[in-house]
Write a protein that binds this ligand. Sequence first.
Ligand code: FNR
Length: 381
Amino acid sequence: MIISAATDYREAARRRLPPFLFHYIDGGAYAEHTLRHNVEDLSGVALRQRVLKDMSQLDLSTELFGEQLALPVALAPVGLCGMFARRGETQAARAADKHGIPFTLSTVSVCSIEEVAPVMKRPMWFQLYVLKDRGFMKNALERAKAAGCSTLIFTVDMPVPGARYRDAHSGMSGPNAAMRRYLQAVTRPNWSWDVGLHGRPHDLGNISAYFGKQIGLEDYMGWLGANFDPSISWKDLEWIRDFWEGPMVIKGILDPDDARDAVRFGADGIVVSNHGGRQLDGVLSSARALPAIADAVKGQLKILADSGVRSGLDVVRMLALGADSVMLGRAFIYALATAGEAGVANLLNLIEKEMRVAMTLTSTKSVAEISPDLLAKAVQA
Ligand code: FNR
């Protein structure tokens, strides 16, 4: 059993949300092997305990893409956050900003770029999917630029939708989904469409801004389904590179050869990720994929990693496996769904505390000192 603040919030979110939303967050693709391995492989990484080195002064800060971060952590892009808590994207963005770390707004968020960017002091990060509708992509990039977003996270592991059977079972997708979602929602005393959507039924801000009218969940599902683009290749990314002057990070790299291609393309960073086990079940966990990728490209671009991080100890483990920084996905969403901004703020405090314990007991005084040297060699019992 994995025990952490995030897993406590997971249980609270399960009680609070209608089942279709809880399972949308919690679920993965097919039999969810990769989803489980992400968490289990990472929590199985053993570190070397080192003692008696005066660890009274720790520095958890780091620099990433010219920005100073209080922790080597950013909030990952997560779609539909505004359905888990009222104006959820703005609540999570405020908590991240107050803690001194970046917040990434998903393409498919309830709150628009223009609503979220101004609630933060530091520049927002923006995530874009590859979509057939290049007009939408260009419009989103222009709006992100105008809102002062600094870093573009370009997600490339969704050229096709992953098969998420929990969503079909729960009523999130499939025939009569809308009716099942409605019935679940009205039977949850602590949650309602009004709370979740602030009285604006089903509005998906970034997409509505493009079409000039409210786009609801059903319209969105249809639009997204028609817009996955399996033809995407590195060549298609070039116009984005030309258009976007800031740092560009490719999210969804799981193989050293693709990481080398990202270097050749001129990316500023990659996110080693299997989308939290939501795309292809049976691929490597991020924890197992990361060391070979770090061997191939460390130092040539920034390596971010996600999928399976549930604690500050996990953050230190990912850094020891070769990441420069880590993204939190479900860990912060469970907290957001449970207690909004206060929940995310509390989770980040706990992550920081856990990092301090892990760094003290591995005798690493700064983020730069966390290296593969921390990994305990396998010892026969
Ligand atoms: C995601 N993720 C995601 N990624 C992305 O690039 N754009 C998106 O809109 C979303 N939406 C989304 C929704 C939900 C509910 C989840 C759980 C995840 C993937 C996310 O950014 C990140 O890669 C994973 O969440 C990392 O795995 P863990 O840590 O959540 O297990």
